[in-house]
Design a protein around this ligand. Structure first.
Ligand code: ADP
Length: 455
């Protein structure tokens, strides 16, 4: 039986029985020995009483003469002790030298008390002098069997303890069942919710109640369920986004090819160039997705080295100037003096800069300016790409680094982006140990920044 109620009840039962047993044992042992002590003490007092009476006999007669015939234990003239029915063994009375002057059965009269008897002997004192000794030999030595009443008392105690044990045992079973119900109800809820969750019912949550530990498990389950639900939503959105992103260039290619086959479009170089551009876009999308998949798996390959950042920034600006000139946008570089070297992969830094500059150019109208800068900080170098473009609305700012997020949905792919550029930039910067962010104001431009650890 591995049910909780059974195990709890069993545990309670064992504890209860051990407790009752221990009480019974200790009570029995202690009461028994105290009782015996009490009886022995009474015994001694009574013997002393007898010794006093014998002393009085000696005083009256000035010797022990005639005691053997004048006194018998069973018929002791003043009576009390025998009537109490306690002394069933021999009674010996010896004079001051140890010669037995009285023996109940007469056999030992005239002998001398041996050491063992002397040790048990009670001195008989008259006028301050020891005039003799009295020895009372019970069949069990000085230890008397317990009286009936004492025996009865012990039996009653035993009976009471057995009843107490039975009652406590029943109580412990009831308690075990009650407690296991309270404990197991939230756990059973949790198990049901977990089963349902495993069957893809993502809304399953459990109420947080019960003992602290059980409530902790419920909280952990709910947190895990939140995470998994979020991941599932992201996964679904991602698949939908990928399908959407692939469908558009494929539809364009299919349409154009069909038109060419139907001789609606001429089979000339410019049409083929358009198709080629679409395949390049598709290839970029696939490459970007692969890079993000590697980032998710923590497998981005970095070639981290000591990098002279101003060179990388200058190169990026120079490579971009032709495209910027074509759009009549100015690219400037500022604050690159006395930059510390950074620990990074220069190719990846260049890739991040390319993404940020391409975005800046895409969102900056003619006559605008893009400024590339860098500032050394405590343990990092902060690189900034500032533009004087359209900026980003506050509600979009927290999302621009998400995959396939586009602030302006209508522009979608027409501007040439895959919607993954910033997500990839973020993955690379974080892989190099830095952080990335943006400050932007709609209508006044944006400043994208990222940090790299300085050496
Ligand atoms: P995309 O391929 O659409 O550019 P990104 O991940 O690079 O994808 O950027 C995500 C979105 O962030 C863009 O669609 C755009 O709305 C916004 N964005 C990025 N850079 C800028 C910028 N410099 N100015 C304004 N908006 C920007």
């Amino acid at each position: 039986m591995n049910r909780l109620w059974f195990q709890l009840s069993l545990a309670f039962l064992v504890v209860t029985l051990v407790g009752v047993g221990l009480v019974a044992f200790l009570a029995g042992a202690r009461t028994d020995s105290n009782f015996r002590k009490f009886l022995a003490q009474q015994e001694t007092e009574q013997l002393q009483d007898l010794a006093d009476q014998l002393a009085a006999y000696y005083q009256d007669n000035s010797s022990w003469d005639g005691i053997q015939v004048g006194w018998s234990y069973g018929g002791f003239p003043r009576g009390g002790i025998h009537q109490r029915g306690r002394f069933k063994g021999d009674v010996l009375i010896a004079d001051a030298n140890g010669y037995v002057v009285y023996a109940q059965d007469g056999r030992m009269t005239g002998t001398v008390l041996d050491a063992a008897l002397r040790a048990q002997a009670i001195p008989i004192v008259a006028n301050g002098q020891t005039v003799g000794y009295a020895v009372f030999r019970t069949p069990q030595g000085m230890t008397m069997p317990l009286q009936n009443s004492a025996q009865q008392f012990f039996e009653q105690l035993r009976g009471t303890l057995v009843i107490a044990g039975l009652l406590a045992g029943m109580l412990s079973i009831a308690l075990g069942i009650g407690l296991s119900r309270t404990l197991s109800a939230p756990l059973a809820n949790l198990a049901t919710a977990a089963h349902r969750f495993a069957a893809r019912d993502w809304q399953q949550r459990v109420p947080v109640r019960g003992a602290h530990e059980v409530a902790e498990v419920a909280t952990a389950f709910n947190r895990m369920a939140d995470d998994l639900e979020r991941q599932e939503t992201t996964r679904r959105n991602m698949i939908a986004d990928i399908a959407h992103e692939l469908r558009t260039p494929l539809a364009v290619m299919q349409g154009n090819l069909h038109a060419m086959l139907d001789q609606v479009y001429p089979l000339d170089r410019s049409e083929i160039a358009t198709l080629y551009d679409e395949t390049r876009l598709l290839a970029r999308l696939v490459d970007d997705l692969r890079e993000l998949a590697l980032a998710d798996a923590g497998q981005l390959q970095l070639n981290a080295q000591s990098v002279k950042l101003d060179d990388v920034l200058q190169n990026a600006a120079a490579n971009f100037s032709i495209a910027a000139d074509a759009q009549n946008v100015r690219v400037t570089v500022s604050g690159l003096q006395s930059l510390p070297r950074v620990r990074a992969d220069s190719d990846r830094v260049a890739q991040v800069l390319r993404n940020l500059l391409a975005n800046a150019l895409r969102h900056t109208p003619e006559g605008g300016t893009i400024t590339l800068g860098a500032q050394p900080q405590a343990e990092f170098v902060r690189v900034t790409v500032r533009d004087t473009g359209e900026g980003i609305a506050p509600q979009d700012v927290p999302h621009v680094f998400e995959r396939f997020y586009r602030a302006d949905k209508s522009r979608t792919r027409t501007t040439g982006g895959t919607g993954l550029g910033l997500a990839i930039a973020k993955a690379w910067v974080e892989a190099m140990g830095g952080r990335i962010g943006v400050e932007s104001e709609a209508g006044r431009g944006s400043e994208f920044w990222f940090t790299l650890p300085s050496e």
